[in-house]
Design a protein around this ligand. Structure first.
Ligand SMILES: NC(=O)C1=CN([C@@H]2O[C@H](COP(=O)(O)OP(=O)(O)OC[C@H]3O[C@@H](n4cnc5c(N)ncnc54)[C@H](O)[C@@H]3O)[C@@H](O)[C@H]2O)C=CC1
Ligand SMILES: O=C(O)C(=O)COP(=O)(O)O
Length: 409
């Protein structure tokens, strides 16, 4: 008999998009063996079929967890995004169905910052064109439109974890860092926040995007923004494909407004490595195209695998929801000798009083109670004496407003 809610061998974990082996190792070391591992993402229909029986699912940036998917995922307890972005998950639907979502907010920050810095250097030296030319037997030896990064203005859009990391590295090479962000941010080193996006675009030699995908960032860069940019500036997008109107970028490059561009993320990305990548940017020698590998380094992927698997295991074994992106955060001690009831409910008046009423009416002694609310959801964890757990769970499940409840033995 396991000492957890379900025997661990019955807890089904579905891992998609080739998450790192470290995730499998971490789950297995914690006793979880019922794992299905897929190297690509799935269509909505295929995902709905697969997710029906899953208790935990692990994804990266490609898998779309829509409301329809959550509605089909009756047993789902938590989602692990083995990446930074969570825009691929309908977080409202997750919360409403009582599914906790975790991610790895810092594990690949450095990898992205290093990549975009390298791209800025390569593009300012027109290396992609010269590389292509040499491969075709050409010899473009000249200094035309080739620049050092030293002294150039780097304009960062979205000065969060990646933006600040990039800014620090670039400043080390002598770039002048300016940034635009919707929030007032502490400028690191000699960086300077500017008041508006047009202002940033007008003064920057290199523009790099580091915003999340939100309603406000969707298509935030288009023809109008490219028109504001300096002649011969460099444009880099390693944030999300939907932030940039890719046809407008292709046109700006075509009209020689820009010296070059590097693009890692696309409005539509292939689902697996076997599918064709289609883009109007294909074939342009002054554009570095990469297959969404900003965070794909051995270091980042190994760390992400461990970090996110650990978060899912802790939530499964103990109920702790610290660092969840859509859910009230509750840090819980171990519960030796007790049964632990975890109750997720709509945050409406009367739920807690009904729960407490049930416990007192039935002489169930509460040895610990932890409550946190946010996003219209309440998460209460109640430790009770061992002989009362299953009965308490049964009664608490009938409380009006209950979304989900489970027990840890
Ligand atoms: N290419 C890749 O492989 C990777 C891409 N990413 C993408 O990079 C994004 C940024 O990552 P982090 O820096 O860790 O996120 P973060 O949350 O630390 O920083 C985002 C920044 O953007 C700002 N922002 C939000 N909306 C804005 C708007 N409308 N205008 C201007 N600024 C705005 C925020 O205030 C924040 O300072 C992620 O959300 C993800 O989409 C992240 C990792 C790898
Ligand atoms: O961390 C992120 O947000 C990324 O975009 C990386 O996504 P990936 O894990 O490479 O699909």
């Amino acid at each position: 008999m396991s000492n957890k809610s379900l025997e661990k061998s019955k807890i089904r974990i579905l891992l998609l998009e080739g998450v790192h082996q470290s995730a499998l190792d971490t789950f297995e070391a914690a006793g979880y063996s019922n794992i299905e591992y897929l190297s690509g993402s799935l269509s909505e229909d295929a995902l709905i079929e697969k997710i029906r029986d899953a208790h935990f699912v692990g994804i990266r940036s490609r898998t779309q967890l829509t409301r329809k998917v959550f509605e089909a995922a009756e047993k789902l307890v938590a989602v692990g995004c083995f990446c930074i972005g969570t825009n691929q998950v309908d977080l409202d639907a997750a919360t409403e169905t009582g599914v906790v979502v975790f991610n790895a907010p810092y594990s690949n920050t450095r990898s992205v910052a290093e990549l975009v810095l390298a791209e800025a250097i390569l593009l300012l030296r027109r290396i992609p064109e010269r590389n292509a030319s040499c491969h075709n037997g050409g010899w473009l030896k000249n200094a035309k439109n080739s620049f050092e990064v030293r002294g150039k203005v780097l304009g960062i859009i979205g000065y969060g974890n990646i933006g600040t990391q990039f800014g620090i590295l670039a400043e080390g090479l002598g770039m002048k860092v300016k940034f635009y962000d919707v929030v007032t941010k502490l400028p690191l080193g000699n960086a300077e926040q500017v008041a508006s996006l047009p202002e940033l675009l007008q003064v920057s030699d290199v523009v790099s995007l580091h915003v999340p995908e939100t309603a406000a960032t969707k298509w935030m860069i288009g023809a109008e923004q490219f028109a504001h940019m300096k002649q011969n500036a460099i444009f880099i997008n390693a944030s999300r494909g939907t932030v940039v109107d890719i046809d407008a970028l292709a046109e700006a490059l075509d009209r020689d407004r820009l010296l070059g561009a590097a693009v890692d993320v696309f409005p539509v990305e292939p689902r697996t490595n076997d599918d064709e990548f289609k883009s109007p940017l294909r074939g342009l020698d002054n554009v570095i195209l990469t297959p969404h590998i900003g965070g794909s380094t051995v270091e980042a992927q190994r760390n992400i695998g461990i970090e996110v698997a650990d978060k899912l295991i802790t939530f499964s074994d103990n109920g702790t929801s610290i660092s969840a992106v859509n859910f009230p955060e509750v840090a819980l001690p171990a519960h030796p000798g007790k049964h632990r009831i975890l109750h997720i409910h709509h945050n409406v008046p009367g739920v807690m009083s009904e729960i407490n009423h049930i416990f007192s009416e039935n002489n169930i002694n509460i040895s610990g109670q932890y409550l946190q609310t946010s996003n219209n959801v309440g998460y209460v964890v109640i430790d009770v004496d061992q002989d009362c757990g299953p009965k308490a769970l049964q009664m608490i499940r009938d409380v009006k407003g209950t979304i989900k409840a489970r027990i840890l033995f």
